[in-house]
Design a protein around this ligand. Sequence first.
Ligand code: ATP
Ligand code: MG
Ligand code: MG
Length: 586
Amino acid sequence: AAAPAANFLRNIIERDLEAGTYAHRNWAGSPGDAAYHGAGQPDPAKIRTRFPPEPNGYLHIGHAKSICLNFGLARDFGGVCHMRFDDTNPEKEEQEYVDSILDAVKWLGFGWEQNGTNHLFYASSYFEFMYRAAEALIERGHAYIDQQTPDEMRANRGTLTEPGKNSPWRDRSVEENLRLFREMRAGKHAEGSMILRAKIDMASPNINLRDPAIYRIRFAEHHATGNAWCIYPMYTFAHPIEDALERITHSICTLEFEDQRPFYDWLLEHLRDAGLLADPLPKQYEFARLNLTYIITSKRKLKQLVDEKIVDGWDDPRMPTIVGLRRRGYTPQSLQMLAERTGASKHNTWIDYSVLEGCLREDLEAKAPRAMAAIDPLKLKLTNWDDVIGAGKVEPCSAPAHPHHPEFGERKFNLTPELWIEREDFEEVPPKGFRRLFPGNMARLKYGFIIECTGCEKDAEGNVTAVLAKLVPDTKSGTPGADSIKVKGVITWVSASEGVATEVRLYDRLFTEAQPDAGGRDFLDALNPNSKRVITAYLEPGLAAAQPGDTFQFERHGYFVADRKDSVAGKPVFNLAVGLKDSWGK
Ligand code: ATP
Ligand code: MG
Ligand code: MG
C-alpha cells in the first residue's frame, strides 16, 4: 500500500512522539488509573485514540471515516485505538445498535483487542467516577445547583454579542450544593427542577463557558445500568472524563466541537488540580467531517427514508450506512481508500460522490472475476449452426476468470444456436461509426466466432424480436484462423439455453441534487425517481453458484455483487455496485 498521506493530525502526533509528551505517563495514584488500568503500570501504547459512537443508530460513511482515521493513526504510530460506546444518555440507546456498530468496525478491518487486552469500553461504566468528579468540583466551588426554569436559563445565557446574567442560585454555599446534588442522586427532586452547572464565567465570549450544565435529572432506565441512576452527566462533561480515564492522548473529533475545547481543558485541569486525574491530560483535536455529494448523513433524515419506506430498510443498497454500502458491494478496502484519500483537514469541503465510486472500482478491478451478462437482452439466432457446428451440438468456450490473474482460473461455457446479446448491439440502420451488428456487417462473439449479421425478426408493431446471423467457420478465438478476418465490433453474449435468468437491481444515486438538504430545501424533493430499477438479466451459467457477497465484473457493464440478503443457494440476486466508468450526468 502507498504511504499514508501526511495530514495535520499525523504532524501533531509525530511532534508529540519526538517531544516525548506521552513517553513517561505515570498515572499511579489516579483513581481513574487504579479503577480501570492498574495503578502505576507504564502504558505500553505510544498513543491512544478512540472511536466513541453513541449507540443510537446505524453507522454511516462519515463514521467509517472516523473509524479509519482513529484506528489507522493508532496502528501507524504504535498506539491503541479504543472502541468506546458513549452511552451516557439513557434514552435512545439500544443493544441492537451496539451489536451493529461492533460488527461494522470489525468488517472495516479494525479490532480493539491488542496484546491480549480488550480495549472495548462503555462510558456508562464510569458513572460513579463522574459523580465523584462532580462532587469534587462542588467542593472546590466550581459547580452549583441551579433552580432556574429552563426558560430562565435560556434567557440568562445571553447571545453572541451580549454577555449572560448570573443565576440567582450561583452563590450557594458548598454545603447546600452538596446536599442538593446528593438529593438529586437519591431521587428526591423532579426532572427539570434543578441541574448541576459548572461555575465558570457568564460573560465569556464563548457561550460554552457560560456555566455549562453538567448533570441533569432523568428518571429513565439505562440499557446498561438499569435504574441505578436518576441523574446523568451531559455529553460535554462526560466525554473529557472518559478520554482521561482511558489515558487517551489524542482525542479527535469533528469541527463542531472546536468551541467545546476550552471547557474540555477547563474540566480536566480542574479535576487534575483536585487530585482526581494526572498529567499528561488528553488533548482534543478537530478535523473537518466527511461531506459527500449526493448523500445525506443526518440520522433523522435517514430514519425518515426508512420509516416512509422510500428505501428498503437501513441496509438498502442505496443507503450511506455501512450496512447499506456493504450490501451494495462496497469493500472494506474501498472505504479505507476513501478515508486515506480524503485525509484530515481543518476546513469543511465537499467530496464528490464519484471519488467514493472510484475507490470501489479501483479495488474491484483487481479482485473481481469476470463474467458475461445480457442486461437488456435481445435474442440472436445463428442460422447456419447445423452446417458449421452440427445439429444438436454445442461449442465449448472458455475465458480467463480475470485478464491479469491466471491464478483465478478459467470460466467455461457453451456457445449454442440461440444467444442473448445486448439490445444496443444491433441497429437495423446503423448510425455513423457503429461497429457492431447490422445487416451485412461482421463482428466477433467474445471468446467465440466471428458472425455476419443477415437481418432481424420483428413483431407486428415493428419491434425487433431477434437478430439473425451466420457463424463464419474457422474463426473461433484461440484457433489459428481467428485472425484471418479483421472485425472491429465485439459482442458479449450469454447462451439462451444455458444462461441463468436472474433478478438484477440497477441502483443509482438516491438524490438528483449534489447537496440534497442544502439551503433549507426539503431533501425529499431531490429524490431520484430512478434510483432502483429491477430487471431480469441473463448471466453466464457459472454465476448460478455465486455466494452471497461475491462480486463480479459483468464485462462492459460494471461491478455487481450477489445480494447478501435475497440470494438463495443456486439462485443469486445481483446488485449493481458501480459502473465501469463514471457516467453520471453524461
Ligand atoms: P448524532 O450526534 O446525531 O447522534 P453523530 O454522527 O455525531 O450523530 P456519533 O455516534 O456521536 O454520531 O459519532 C461517532 C464519531 O463519528 C464521532 O467521533 C464523530 O465525530 C464521528 N463522525 C460522525 N459523522 C462524521 C463525519 N461525517 N465525518 C467524520 N466523522 C464523523
Ligand atoms: Mg450520535
Ligand atoms: Mg454525536
